[in-house]
Design a protein around this ligand. Structure first.
Ligand code: DAK
Length: 262
């Protein structure tokens, strides 16, 4: 498959590998247009369907993860044309269908739709150069891909209101303090660290990985009691897998487990 707005590669030495997707519209700071979002969706679904892939890493350039949705594409719309065409909606949530972990490796700007895309990933590893923001208010609009909902869940109401209402950016250190990102690393080590995290996940049993992702998303999105109940069912269900027997036998016999992902 050839893409024009993204690059894809397979990384890693282990039995299960990592699908790497790099946003690649450097002149526009990776502004997210329709073609890019279509290609991103296709690449994500292709890696998700590939049994040799355990994890996906999504990254941008040194200067920008993504500076938001493409402003010139949005500019000419009025209410009716935006509403009737479902302006930039159809391909924005493909990433939420992916069942394997998606790690965002963010350097430089992650603004507007770029910040929202990073927040739709499962966790964010940030370079010390990363800058997060939801500056839509400066354009006379509001976030449209979950920014007003996911940002307060990630950093709390006060910081989210501050960022959304003043359009100020948050640097990597503040993003880590606020809980938006899981770790901050030197910019020149960003990809290495993200791929190492992916590699670590790739070594674990795929059913455990997929169920943890689903359950954490349930905790993030839904009522506590529903999540706890589903967790109990899935916990029991994993006792029907070969990997549970292998994992526990390996621990008891002090050896490394050889997971078969079933
Ligand atoms: N779109 C298109 N081009 C962009 C862009 C963007 N969002 N951001 C930057 N660029 C382009 C600039 O126009 C410039 O192009 P040339 O002039 O060189 O041709 C080039 O990238 C470099 O930018 P600058 O010259 O401005 O570089 P600086 O370092 O001075 O500034 C900056 C970098 C990131 C601070 C600045 O470019 C900036 O403020 N950019 C706009 C950021 C922004 O406002 N982002 C939010 C956009 S609104 C939805 C889904 C998503 C969305 C909405 C709905 N649905 C599912 C319904 C999302 C909306 C948004 O993201």
């Amino acid at each position: 498959m050839t893409y024009e707005c993204i690059l894809t590669a397979v990384q890693g030495e282990g039995e299960r590998k990592t699908g790497l997707i790099t946003l690649n519209r450097p002149k526009q700071l990776n502004a997210l247009n329709d073609q890019l979002m279509d290609e991103l969706g296709q690449a994500l679904l292709a890696f998700d369907a590939d049994d040799s892939i355990g994890c996906i890493v999504l990254t941008g350039s040194e200067r920008a993860f993504a500076a938001g949705a493409d402003i010139p594409t949005m500019a000419p719309h009025n209410f009716m044309s935006a509403f009737k065409s479902g302006l930039i909606s159809k391909n924005w949530e493909t990433i939420l269908q992916v069942r394997k972990p998606v790690i965002a490796a963010v350097a430089g700007f992650a603004l507007g739709g770029g910040c929202e895309l990073a927040m739709m990933c499962d966790f964010i590893i940030a370079a010390d150069t990363a800058k997060f923001g939801q500056p839509e208010i400066k354009l006379g609009i509001i976030p449209g891909a979950g920014g007003t909902q996911r940002l307060p869940r990630a950093v709390g109401k006060s910081k989210a209101m501050d960022m959304l209402l003043t359009a100020r950016m948050m640097d990597a250190a503040e993003a880590e303090r606020g809980g938006l990102v899981s770790r901050v690393v030197a910019a020149d080590k960003l990809l290495e660290e993200a791929l190492a995290a992916a590699d670590q996940i790739n070594g674990f049993s795929a059913p455990s990985v997929a169920l943890i992702k689903e359950l954490v998303n349930l905790a993030y999105q839904g009522p506590l009691i529903d999540g706890v109940n589903v967790e109990r069912r899935y916990f029991h269900a994993l006792f029907g897998t070969d990997d549970q027997r292998e994992g526990m036998d390996a621990f008891i016999n002090k050896r490394k487990p050889a997971f078969k992902h079933r």
